[in-house]
Design a protein around this ligand. Structure first.
Ligand SMILES: Cc1cc2nc3c(=O)[nH]c(=O)nc-3n(C[C@H](O)[C@H](O)[C@H](O)COP(=O)(O)OP(=O)(O)OC[C@H]3O[C@@H](n4cnc5c(N)ncnc54)[C@H](O)[C@@H]3O)c2cc1C
Length: 380
């Protein structure tokens, strides 16, 4: 067992840290206020290879491992979780989904553009009546021979407006339940495919989240991913890897808040001494650091499982469950350590606190992670 990062991993982490400090930090408060994220920054992340981190270089990817992916995710998330969710969705839901389960033609046509950041992808599973209960898909995909006709609504879709390629889950045969679900590649601009207004959110405000409408959208049969009826399994396998990315996002949010709190506590004085000398503050820092390190171990273990070819359904669920709890609890503590300054935007911790909440909700709520973990335990 070796807990050290390799030279290469350290270089990757440092490159992401440098990019986050020099490119993401300036303007992060303004982007959060305005709910925007410039295309230029997305292009820069693509140039650095962050949009197709684990994709084979033959499809334009960076060919890195899952450990590299979580290192990059942590560094970006320390500064701007809106940037990191774009990276996470594009990498672990869209690129991974296509690379693992798409056919050669689909990979050549779509994956190459997504992995380089030439265009962005979105993953469309959730619906107004199908969130945690993802088998209750109401969006239909009727088989018409050489094509399918899609009808329905998807909501909460990350990159919903910015994306050009959408992976859409829909029910083809409701009598077959989850075995009657398929996944499709849908291109922006396909007639009948409409993008609703951007959601006004508590956190990750730079990330665009939209409702999507499908009204008699014609999708060629060659755009179905995998065999007929593979869509639900596709979604679950893909989300399992996605949870590693969101766990790393939560870890980054927590460690970013901790670093700010530590620095502030060494500078701010009260009662004639720096506040870190008050045991109540010092103990908060001790708890934060200990639990962040524990979360890091779970995140790294899940990424390692993926790299080793082990099953990572449980380890990714545990990493997401724990890292998101740590992110939520310790961003609140970071605000507390900052006192009144913690409550204003200039000090960044209030944004991290708002951003932390979503990590307990998307890609499976914490309650759903507990279902995954407990089922795994009971099954043995
Ligand atoms: C900002 C944002 C971005 C998102 N991005 C995407 C995206 O890109 N693609 C996508 O497909 N979806 C996306 N989502 C949707 C997200 O994955 C869902 O919101 C999430 O899965 C929860 O579903 P729900 O909102 O319908 O809540 P519900 O399923 O209605 O759950 C409500 C509450 O009930 C609990 N609950 C439900 N069932 C059980 C159970 N069996 N046992 C115990 N508790 C239970 C839940 O944990 C939760 O606390 C996004 C959501 C947000 C807010």
């Amino acid at each position: 067992m070796d807990f050290n990062l390799t030279e290469e991993h350290m270089m990757i982490r440092d490159a992401a840290r440098d990019f986050a400090q020099t490119e993401l930090l300036p303007g992060v408060i303004e982007r959060d206020n305005a709910q925007t994220f410039p295309d230029e920054l997305v292009r820069k992340m693509g140039d650095l290879g962050f949009m197709g981190i684990m994709v084979d270089p033959k499809y334009g990817g960076s060919g890195m491992d899952a450990i590299s992916y979580v290192l990059i995710m942590e560094e970006l998330s320390k500064i701007d979780a809106s940037a990191s969710v774009m990276v996470s969705v594009n990498n672990s839901l869209v690129c991974y989904g296509l690379e693992a389960y798409g056919n050669e033609k689909q990979k050549e046509k779509y994956l190459t553009k997504l992995a380089t950041g030439e265009c962005i992808g979105a993953f469309c599973l959730s619906e107004p009546e199908a969130g945690s209960d993802a088998t209750s898909q109401k969006t239909t995909a009727i088989d018409k021979g050489d094509h399918y006709i899609l009808n329905g609504t998807k909501n909460w879709i990350t990159n919903g407006g910015r994306a050009e390629i959408y992976l859409v889950i829909a029910q083809t045969d409701k009598h077959k339940g989850s075995h009657g679900i398929n996944a499709f590649i849908v291109e922006k601009g396909t007639p009948g495919f409409d993008i609703g207004p951007k959601e006004d959110k508590l956190g990750i405000r730079g990330s665009d989240t939209h409702t999507l409408q499908f009204n008699d959208v014609k999708v060629p049969k060659e755009n179905r991913i995998g065999d007929d009826g593979f869509g639900f399994r596709f979604a679950m396998k893909t989300l399992s890897g996605g949870r590693i990315g969101i766990a790393a996002q939560a870890l980054g949010i927590a460690s970013g808040a901790y670093e700010l709190a530590l620095k502030y506590s060494k500078e701010r004085k009260a009662f004639g001494t720096e506040i870190c000398n008050h045991q109540a503050i010092a103990f908060k820092l001790a708890d934060m650091y200990t639990e962040i390190e524990a979360a890091r171990m779970l995140v790294m273990k899940a990424a390692w499982d993926k790299d080793q070819g082990n099953n990572y359904d449980m380890s990714s669920a545990m990493a997401k469950l724990y890292a998101s709890k740590v992110a939520m609890e310790h961003t609140v503590e970071a605000v507390q350590i900052h006192g009144g300054n913690g409550f204003v935007k200039e000090y960044h911790v209030e944004r991290l606190m708002r951003d932390a909440k979503i990590t307990q909700i998307y890609e499976g709520t914490s309650e759903i992670q507990k279902i995954v973990i407990s089922r795994g335990l009971i099954r043995g």
